[in-house]
Design a protein around this ligand. Structure first.
Ligand code: C2E
Ligand code: MG
Ligand code: MG
Length: 292
């Protein structure tokens, strides 16, 4: 069973690679069965919710965008972290309908905020590798933009390096197609995935989001700081916006300012919050800016 799980993982990542199965996976194998049943139920009962985490300018602290993050409220398990269930959604293919729901929900949310009088805000939504591989992704995204009426310029799609490393011609084509209608493509968790610097040129990407492990590490490790500096330099040389993920402290913020990241996201400013809380943050921010 462990080996089978590893094979599935390898296949899901596009094959032509190996993945190690561990005993840890097998302990959770039983858990996973019940988790999977619960997930299917959650999909039917719409037990998911989208939270939003602000992205701010590290210097002016102005709000520049939000990232949509999926949350699952489970009766017994409490609030389950997406880290624990996204892989399973991906394995089961449920990520396709759930991901589409997240996208529609998030686009609709921006429109609702705008209708409520808030300034238009850019919305970043995560896409899983699995979603990219489904034919008709472009059509699905355009359909959602049409239904919600969201301006494509306000939508950003986040891919991870691993996703991007799939480099399937069809995927590259869709990304260019989405980019052409005004959507922004971001690379998430930059630095921890497969190395594909050479491929950067092939993608119509705009922001690079530096994985939070490097951001925290900067404080302690000259090596991490060097990596972040190099990524910022690389990003800027390519004309990209560079986003720091996981800014948790004043110290992290200082570092992020020093190395010149354009945007930051993290608990220091705010964790992901529900739409109502997000709206009150936008209200405060707008009032603050008007006063300044
Ligand atoms: P991500 O896209 O890199 O999102 C950032 C994660 O870091 C979020 O975890 C966020 O809550 C967390 N985070 C933000 N600031 C801090 C901080 O200062 N310190 C620490 N320690 N963590 C911070 P979350 O919400 O648990 O999501 C985990 C991952 O699950 C996401 O990583 C993303 O890859 C995936 N995910 C979440 N929502 C979706 C979705 O709707 N679709 C897909 N395909 N993946 C999703
Ligand atoms: Mg993300
Ligand atoms: Mg990330």
């Amino acid at each position: 069973r462990i080996a089978d799980g590893a094979i599935h993982l390898a296949k899901d990542e596009g094959g032509d690679c190996f993945r190690l199965g561990t005993a840890e996976d097998s302990v959770s194998a039983r858990d996973r069965l019940s988790l999977e049943a619960d997930l299917r139920e959650a999909v039917e009962q719409h037990a998911f919710e989208v939270y939003y985490q602000p992205q701010v300018d590290p210097v002016s602290q102005e709000l520049r965008g939000v990232e949509a993050l999926l949350r699952w409220r489970h009766a017994e398990r409490g609030s389950v972290s997406p880290v624990d269930f996204i892989p399973l959604l991906e394995e089961t293919g449920l990520i396709v309908p759930v991901g589409e729901w997240v996208l529609e929900q998030s686009c609709q949310q921006v429109q609702t905020w705008i209708a409520d009088g808030y300034s238009p805000i850019r919305m970043a939504v995560n896409l899983s590798p699995r979603q990219l591989m489904v034919p008709g992704l472009g059509r699905m995204v355009r359909g959602i933009l049409e239904r919600t009426g969201l301006q494509p310029e306000l939508l950003e799609l986040e891919l991870t390096e691993t996703t991007a490393s799939l480099t399937m011609d069809a995927v590259i084509e869709v990304l260019h197609e989405l980019h052409a209608i005004g959507i922004t493509i971001a690379i998430d968790d930059f630095g921890i995935g497969h190395s594909w610097l050479g491929r950067l040129r092939q993608f119509p990407i705009q922001p690079l989001k530096i994985d939070r492990s490097f951001i925290h590490g900067m404080d302690q490790s000259a090596g991490d700081r060097a990596i972040v500096e190099a990524v910022v330099a690389l990003g800027h040389a390519l004309g990209l916006t560079v986003v720091a993920e996981g800014v948790e402290s004043e110290r992290d913020l200082d570092m992020v300012r020093q190395v010149g990241c354009n945007l930051m996201q993290g608990y220091y400013y705010s964790p992901a919050v529900d739409a109502v809380t997000m709206a009150s943050m936008m209200r405060e921010e707008a009032a603050h800016r008007a006063a300044a």
